[in-house]
Design a protein around this ligand. Structure first.
Ligand code: CO
Length: 134
């Protein structure tokens, strides 16, 4: 069902430092910071030959990654995103197998303007999983 790894999202307490680490130490191509107020994050996209890394920093009062950073003050992997061809079909198959879909279970338009869903980390070996329809 799942296809390519679309991105790995890393929550970071200091976006400038994390960007410099990926750009200067690891030698990766990084974007300028992109504010995503609808998603409560500012994102720096790290372009790798085969996938992307997204450096996420809280934006605004009720950022969905603030709780994660409170628990992981040094930052850490927040989620992985896999591509699916049909997000409704994927959701229905996963629900039938007992997986929990976060929120109201309906796809939302994600940071890449495509429909996304999140799956409960307790059902996926401790990892928050995002599905994105491509
Ligand atoms: Co994501």
């Amino acid at each position: 069902m799942i296809g390519r790894l679309n991105h790995v999202a890393i929550a970071v307490p200091d976006l400038e430092k994390a960007t410099a680490l990926y750009r200067d130490t690891l030698g990766a191509k990084v974007s300028a910071p992109v504010p995503e107020p609808d998603h409560g994050v500012t994102v720096v996209f790290v372009e790798l030959p085969n996938t992307k890394i997204e450096l996420l920093h809280p934006l605004g009062e009720k950022s969905p990654i603030q709780g994660f950073l409170d628990k992981n003050p040094a930052g850490g992997i927040h989620h992985v995103c896999y591509e699916v061809e049909d997000i409704i079909a994927a959701r229905d198959q996963l629900k039938a197998k007992g997986a929990r879909v976060l929120g109201d279970g309906e796809p939302k338009i994600g940071a890449h303007k495509k429909p996304v869903l999140f799956l409960h980390p307790k059902d996926f070996v401790g990892t928050l999983v995002e599905l994105e329809q491509i």
